[in-house]
Design a protein around this ligand. Structure first.
Ligand code: ZN
Ligand code: ZN
Length: 150
């Protein structure tokens, strides 16, 4: 009997200068485009795509000491490389069992396309996002929006 063990597959990624490198076990839990103000401002980007993995499937390959963490809110912190500035990680109380990782920090196929837009009602208006994905927003960022063209 053949075993197709997706659990045994891992992907790796890291920062632009290469000092911080990580490895995660697939499958990832989810992948989403985030339009929240914090993501946009701290990463200097109109939208930031993230994927989430189980903490148990995450490990540093190198450079854990080269990460600067800052509290982006009372309940979450973000980590970037202190040398090249690449935003890499998000840890939040709400997702205590997960590590959230910027999609662009890996060139590997994470076997999960983006599934949804969150905080969509805060999206920038100088770029259009015309896709079929569900768009969420509201105070918590994750509630269905009545009018997705907002
Ligand atoms: Zn770096
Ligand atoms: Zn965000």
């Amino acid at each position: 009997m053949e075993h197709h063990s997706i659990e045994s597959k891992s992907i790796s990624g890291g920062c632009y200068c290469g000092r911080v490198q990580y490895r995660v076990q697939l499958p990832v839990k989810w992948c989403a485009h985030c339009h929240c103000t914090q993501c946009r401002h701290t990463q200097g980007a109109p939208v930031v795509t993230w994927f989430g993995v189980d903490k148990n499937g995450f490990e540093y390959v190198s450079g854990e000491q080269d990460i600067a963490w800052f509290d982006s809110s009372e309940k979450a912190k973000r980590g970037h490389c202190i040398h090249c500035g690449t935003p890499l990680f998000f840890l939040g109380e709400k997702w205590a069992d997960e590590v959230h990782i910027t999609r662009e920090s890996t060139q590997d196929d994470i076997l999960q396309k983006p599934q949804v837009h969150v905080f969509y009602d805060r999206h920038v208006h100088y770029l259009s996002f015309e896709d079929e994905l569900d768009k969420y927003g509201g105070p918590d960022g994750f509630s269905p929006l009545a009018d997705t063209n907002k």
